[in-house]
Write a protein that binds this ligand. Structure first.
Ligand code: C5P
Length: 312
């Protein structure tokens, strides 16, 4: 054990961050850096990733919780590992940590679980080393991934640029969602590529003009699920269905079972169903659990908060 680790003793730090749903996602053309300009309205979901960092002889990752999944990398491809490495580099505090990730967010579902891991790891490592430079955390978050800054701030926000230039939205009330995860997974870059191809190939595909999120913001501000259901939007929908046609069937099943609206979550393949209240959520859960292609059904609410320390 090096001197810094010995000084910290056995102290461990826990932080939490949340998954997200994009209630509005308008994707523009691809930029020179490979990313796409977009306009997104995000809400965090009450599905937490809880990260505990404990000083150790070397960095290692352990997964626990209901959605611990063997496909999550445990090496330096893991976003929590990258977050610790980036903040350790920037602050020149090289303290190896054992990282425990308690997962509630479905893996590879377009719900920002990896980004939440990165955000929680940044907050936990900053606490461990006594760093209170919020601007540094925000800067590192944006370097780690387009969705990490939102996982850090949480709540409800409009994201522009790559999705990482955020303006908070004052939402009200809680929205009830039922999420149907898929037995299949989709790669985010591949969904973006497919969207570009569809736009090139077909004149019927949505064009790449960025749309205005005003109606969505109005519905969120009013806390009105019926109004929100009418204006949910995701430009990635056709591309996700092109790669995984079963998504369309899952969306249809949920609509027929009384969901107010169905929405592909981010780049998919998770489908989110907006429902009026917890009773409808329960009814829909039972039906979706019996639907082909659905792996797991999760009931949750939005918005949740941003990344924060967990004490005690
Ligand atoms: O930033 P992050 O690693 O989450 O993005 C994953 C991939 O998604 C990027 O490498 C890029 O292919 C695609 N992406 C994009 N435009 C965005 C966000 C992500 O093309 N605004």
């Amino acid at each position: 054990m090096n001197a810094e680790v010995a000084q910290l003793g056995a102290r461990s730090v826990t932080a939490r961050a949340y998954g997200k749903i994009n209630v509005f996602l308008s994707v523009g053309p691809q930029r020179a850096d490979g990313y796409h300009d977009l306009v997104s309205v995000f809400q965090t979901l009450d599905l937490a990733e809880t990260i505990t960092l404990s000083p150790a002889a070397e960095t290692a990752v352990t997964l626990t919780g209901p959605r611990a999944d063997t496909t999550v990398p445990l090496d330096d491809r893991n976003l929590a590992v990258q977050a610790v490495a980036a903040l350790s580099e920037a602050t020149e505090t090289h303290i190896p940590v054992a990282i425990t990730i308690d997962k509630q967010v479905p893996v590879a579902g377009g719900m920002g679980g990896g980004s939440a891991d990165a955000a929680a790891a940044l907050v936990a490592y900053a606490e461990l080393i006594g760093c209170d430079d919020a601007d540094l955390l925000t800067r590192i978050a944006a370097e780690l991934g387009a969705d990490v800054p939102f996982a850090l701030t949480g709540g409800t926000a409009i994201g522009t640029g790559r999705g990482d230039e955020l303006v908070p939205v004052a939402g009200s009330g809680a929205f009830h969602w039922v999420l149907a995860t898929s037995v299949a997974s989709l790669s985010t870059p591949e969904v973006y590529r497919t969207l570009d191809e569809l736009r090139r190939e077909t004149s019927t595909a949505t064009d790449d003009t960025l749309r205005d999120p005003d109606d969505v913001v109005t519905a969120l501000t009013a806390g009105d699920p019926h109004a929100l259901a009418g204006v949910l939007h995701n430009d990635m929908t056709d591309a996700a269905i092109e790669l995984l046609p079963g998504i369309a069937e899952v969306m249809e099943s949920g609509r027929q079972a009384g969901a107010l609206a169905a929405l592909v979550s981010g780049s998919g393949p998770t489908v989110g169903f907006l429902v009026a209240d917890p009773t409808h959520a329960l009814d829909l859960t039972v039906l979706l659990e019996a639907t082909r292609g659905v792996r797991d059904v999760v009931r949750t609410t939005a918005p949740a908060g941003g990344a924060h320390l967990v004490t005690g």
